[in-house]
Unconditional design. Structure first.
Length: 279
């Protein structure tokens, strides 16, 4: 399993031509909207959005030219890249169809890959076809060092402590108010991703980059004293010790970080360059 992770994270890509390429967006929540706005403002050159599909697309205030009433309509736009910013369920429903239609795929619902069968199916498919699967860094820094240590088999232990304000965990917390910090789960990245798929993409990305879903340890904490999403990462191995603390300002959706959308832009930028990995 870990070998397949490393193959994905260290693929080299042939330089793309600088002609304008077409982007489709799957999902139009806080991150989908942020991605669309950044591409529309030409923060990155060489791309244009040709279609957006989400369950509530009819109610969204965007051009009718790019509104897609179905996934099939989005495919008819013939995008070069589709960015998934919807959900684990959407990723599982559409990832294979996207790749088989010779479209590059940027996946933000990384918790999808905590499903062993889905992981094996998609990564086996990417080795058979010429399209690329991109896993953006999301709200994490230090992944290059962790990937390097994992590749050289010097990485032994990885722990992630996620500390979030209760409002970012409303789908998990049945109680409306908590007065002091509460550990919601202490387990492996796989179990955390399966239990909290909307809140654990950092754990999934870290697992893919490092020692896998079953060896990466995660602690999820609801803390009424914090206002930001805080991630504390500790990686230990023969190389030494790496500690990273991130305090991310949430987007309009308190479950997600502002950096998530920008990490997609970074992936698109790297897609246009030579000899770059998925990060």
């Amino acid at each position: 399993m870990s070998i397949q992770f490393r193959m994905v994270l260290n693929w080299n890509f042939v330089e793309k031509t600088m002609k304008n390429e077409k982007i489709g967006i799957l999902g139009y929540g806080a991150i989908g909207q942020a991605i669309y706005k950044k591409i529309s403002k030409k923060i990155i050159n060489g791309y244009s959005v040709v279609g957006i599909f989400s369950n509530d697309i009819e109610s969204q205030n965007i051009s009718k030219k790019i509104k897609c009433k179905s996934f099939e309509e989005l495919l008819k736009k013939k995008p070069n890249v589709i960015i998934e910013a919807a959900s684990v369920e959407a990723c599982k429903d559409y990832a294979e169809k996207i790749l088989r239609n010779k479209i590059d795929f940027v996946c933000l619902s990384v918790c999808s890959f905590a499903d062993k069968n889905f992981f094996k199916k998609i990564f086996s498919l990417t080795k058979k076809i010429n399209n690329k699967l991109y896993v953006p860094t999301g709200a994490i820094s230090g992944l290059d060092a962790i990937a390097s240590a994992s590749l050289s088999k010097e990485l032994k232990h990885v722990t992630l402590i996620q500390r979030k304000p209760p409002k970012a965990l409303l789908s998990i917390l049945k109680l409306k108010k908590i007065k002091k910090e509460k550990i919601l789960l202490r387990s492996t990245a796989r179990k955390v991703c399966n239990k909290f798929p909307k809140n654990s993409n950092i754990a999934a990305t870290l697992a893919i980059c490092g020692i896998g879903f079953d060896k990466t340890k995660v602690i999820v904490i609801a803390d009424p004293k914090v206002k930001k999403n805080i991630a504390e990462i500790e990686a230990i191995g023969r190389f030494g010790k790496l500690k990273v603390i991130l305090e991310n300002n949430p987007s309009s959706n308190p479950k997600t970080s502002r950096l998530a959308a920008m990490s997609v832009i970074l992936s698109l930028n790297k897609r246009k360059s030579s000899f770059l990995s998925a990060f």
